[in-house]
Design a protein around this ligand. Structure first.
Ligand code: WTA
Length: 632
């Protein structure tokens, strides 16, 4: 399964393109199947229909536990570091994790959870979040993890869409100097969620909370006297493993669905090859469990690979900005995977916070979630990797489930800001806006994928048509990523960022329409338009152009801004709060009433040199007003 040289990479890539079925079948042989597949792949991008390892039977947790337990029982699976450096860390062995997962699986069963039921998980970064996910997988329930930074409304929207039966949460969580009262948010959310029968609450902050009679159950009470043995449910390879909601170019987040076998095979394979991970290495991924990186490369892949992973509850700059480096030294971390935003924010603190730490155990560094700029790449390489650690700049998406384009650590020569080459099985195509393939090297256009790979999105939950429209309809017979990309003279890929209405703020995906809808909920807002602009730390910032009722004449600007931010915070969560708000009396529109975002984007980017022809607008005078407001 392991690629160990550039030559082997090219050979394996060839094989994966010439006979994909055979290629993936060989890799799948390394897993534990209750029953093998009758056919490797069935697909078309029309419906779309994507099925891998048809008719095979398995359980992903048997591949984490039973497959490896004879060798790994005593090995540490999870090293957990608290938000508070004075609270002791936890070392959880595979055997112990297995017991906890099985026990909690029995709890879920006792609460009436059956194969195929949806379970929502809204938790802080504690090991029990992993236990909850794997317990669902053990009994064939489908988990839907909701990022703990989302608001009550975002949480209830996701629960309602998935018709989740159970919600697993905590009294609260610690993030830096803040205590997040998750349970209060949950109580508000559940008022609108008739599908939820029970809410299991982990005690973490010990802050006083309300427990609703008949609905709420404490985690520690639920596991009392419950067996630590639970036979794994036999699952079909194409049964759903999880739903993960993500933002797109339309208002409502959609539930991306991943199925069991393909996701399992692809995530372990890519983890071992991209990171060149060997058992015994200590791997630290800073992603939150509520995002796809947390799912694939903090939970599933490292555990499938029998790895030891570090899970960190806190934030990079609390109680000091050397916290990551402290954790790395303390735990002898060999592999470190984080987001460019985190690197940029730490870079802004200078070198002083790094000085107390050796960082000599590090072998491989990784980045994910957004383009990394050259300056941040060099800083990471020089000061964290001490110029000896390869950086894997991994490009992928919630929808792809696993890494698509990335160097293989120490094997693929890297080039700052380039995600480099596609992994085996990944067949890319760059097209122009009409969908014509741009062949050869040194081309730039929209990035598509032309052939299925095992961990690819199967559907959007409850609405297959939406999946088709969003990903498979822009260009015929292609999956469209939504990203622009360039292929250089060496055939290396550089991701240029989203070409659709998705903004990537600190590596968090948000739809412009989603933020606009939230702003428009404010009773005094008439309409709004949201665009991205370059932000030094966050990568992209949110710029909102807002039209108030009565053209804003009667409102006090500072108070209005604060109250709009509060509305967004309440409807989506703090991550979606605009960085800049500009009030105007109208938005530039075409004669058919469409907002001319291109013009707003230019103004937000601070470049008004080429606004294009504005005379055809319905209201060209508004552009002058906005320019003036923006300080031009
Ligand atoms: C962006 C995160 C540049 C991209 C795993 C993609 C990147 C979106 C990179 C998916 C990278 C992710 N370089 N851009 N290495 N990795 N992106 O679904 O725009 O949260 O479409 O998945 O992040 O974000 P998502």
């Amino acid at each position: 399964m392991r690629i160990d040289s550039l030559t082997t990479y090219f050979q394996e890539y060839e094989k994966s393109i010439n006979s994909p079925e055979k290629f993936w079948e060989n890799i799948a042989e390394n897993f534990y199947w209750r029953k093998k597949w009758s056919k490797v792949l069935e697909w078309n991008f029309d419906e779309p229909k994507i099925k891998w390892f048809l008719d095979a039977k398995l359980n992903i947790t048997e591949n984490i536990f039973e497959r490896n337990l004879d060798k790994l029982a005593q090995q540490t699976a999870i090293i957990w570091e608290s938000n508070n450096p004075n609270e002791s860390s936890k070392h959880i062995s595979y055997q112990q994790l297995f017991s906890e997962v099985s026990q909690f699986a029995n709890v879920l069963k006792n609460q009436g959870v059956k194969k195929g039921d949806r379970v929502a998980i809204y938790m802080p970064m504690v090991p029990e979040a992993v236990v909850a996910m794997l317990a669902c997988a053990r009994i064939g329930a489908i988990h839907s993890v909701v990022f703990g930074g989302f608001s009550a409304q975002s949480l209830s929207d996701r629960i309602i869409d998935a018709e989740a039966k159970i919600l697993i949460t905590a009294d609260g969580g610690f993030r830096g100097s803040k205590t997040i009262n998750l349970k209060n948010i949950v109580d508000e959310a559940l008022e609108k969620c008739p599908s939820i029968e029970k809410c299991i609450v982990l005690e973490r902050t010990k802050k006083s909370i309300q427990m609703k009679n008949g609905r709420d159950i404490w985690w520690h009470q639920a596991i009392e006297n419950i067996s630590i043995h639970c036979e794994a449910e036999e699952m079909d390879s194409e049964d759903m493993l999880f739903i993960l909601y993500t933002s797109g170019s339309t208002g409502k987040p959609k539930g991306v669905v991943h199925t069991i076998a393909g996701y399992m095979v692809y995530t372990q394979y890519t983890f071992e090859n991209v990171f060149q991970y060997n058992r015994g290495d200590i791997y630290f991924c800073t992603a939150d469990v509520g995002w796809i990186t947390g799912h694939s490369y903090m939970v599933y892949a490292p555990l499938l690979a029998g790895g030891t992973m570090v899970m960190f509850e806190g934030v990079p700059n609390y109680p000091h900005s050397g916290r990551f480096w402290e954790i790395i030294d303390k735990n002898k971390v060999t592999h470190f995977y984080t987001a460019p935003t985190a690197i940029r924010s730490l870079m802004a603190n200078g070198l002083e916070p790094i000085k107390p730490y050796q960082l000599t155990t590090l072998k491989v560094l990784g980045t994910v979630g957004e383009p990394i700029n050259a300056e941040a790449w060099h800083w990471y390489h020089t000061y964290i990797g001490k110029e000896k650690c390869p950086i894997v700049d991994t490009w992928w998406q919630t929808e792809t489930g696993g890494i698509m384009i990335s160097p293989l650590a120490g094997i693929t020569p890297t080039k700052p800001t380039f995600a480099t080459l596609p992994l085996p099985g990944v067949q890319l195509m760059i097209v122009d806006s009409e969908g014509n393939e741009l062949k050869g090297n040194a081309v730039e256009g929209n990035l598509c994928i032309k052939f299925p790979f095992p961990s690819m999105i199967r559907t959007t939950y409850g609405n297959h048509e939406r999946c088709k429209q969003t990903y498979f309809s822009t260009y015929k017979n292609l999956y469209f990523t939504g990203d622009g990309a360039k292929r250089d003279e060496d055939g290396y890929y550089r991701i240029l960022g989203r070409v659709d209405d998705v903004i990537n703020v600190s590596g968090h995906r948000l739809g412009t329409a989603e933020v606009e809808n939230a702003i428009n909920e404010h009773p005094l807002v008439n309409e709004s338009a949201v665009v991205a602009y370059p932000h030094d730390i966050k990568g992209q910032g949110i710029y909102a152009f807002v039209v108030l009722e009565n053209e804003g004449k009667t409102h006090e600007i500072t108070a209005m801004k604060a109250s709009i931010l509060e509305t967004v915070n309440k409807i989506i969560g703090a991550i979606a709060k605009p960085d800049k708000i500009l009030f105007c009396s109208g938005l530039p529109k075409t004669r058919s009433g469409k907002i001319m975002r291109r013009i707003l984007r230019k103004i937000a980017e601070g470049d008004i040199s080429n606004l294009g022809d504005i005379t055809t607008l319905l209201n060209p005078e508004i552009v002058e007003e906005i320019k003036k407001e923006a300080g031009f």
